[in-house]
Design a protein around this ligand. Sequence first.
Ligand code: ADE
Length: 246
Amino acid sequence: MRFDIFTLFPEVFPSYLDASILHRAREMGHLQVNVHNIREWATDKHQVTDEPPYGGGGGMVMKPEPIFAAVEDVLGRPPVCPVILLTPQGEPLNQTRAAALAEHPHLALIAGHYEGVDERVREHLVSEELSIGDYVLTGGELPALVLIDVLTRLIPGVLGDPQAAANDSHASGLLEYPHYTRPESFRGWQVPEILRSGHHARIERWRRNQALKRTRERRPDLLEDLDLTQEDREFLDSLERNDQSG
Ligand code: ADE
């Protein structure tokens, strides 16, 4: 998968892209990331990329010309791939949306800054606006990295274990079950007996129940859209009865 990032702060990207799984994905040729400094396409002497808003009010707005010039220079006019603007006003990013975006072999990402970008960029260049959560960051650089990270994990061959992405929290619609590794006893806290039983079917059921329990406690909203089995429902009902008697 290829990404072209357009940003005023290209220096923030390399350290994250050079570590861990993203690094390996790039080495293996699964992931290509090109970072472009929008300022290089500013044509005036001072390479201005932002100006005060028409109509007054505080803050600065990113000018349209350098953004259009940068994106069209690199990706053509019209651009050869979808152009995503990272902004708190965008559609929320979740695992379902990530899975749909992962179908694209090539995406352009614009990291917005200051008070925002000139509306003509949204209207005439951008195909999709994405938010990574209901909070406001200083810019779209971290959200761009978040998006690249989420999508890279979904590229076939990137995670060593092909089951890993399928087991993730959210992939099944549930939060993940608890994990344990050695030692068996740490400060007197034991690994649950069932995980050491070697009984695979029972371990699977225990994990499924733990995922249901955790989701019910932390994110009951997620349970609403799920196709649950009869066994799942019986387990959730037993928790309900427990709550009522407790
Ligand atoms: N830019 C600033 N805050 C953001 C957010 N929450 N999501 C995406 N882009 C942003």
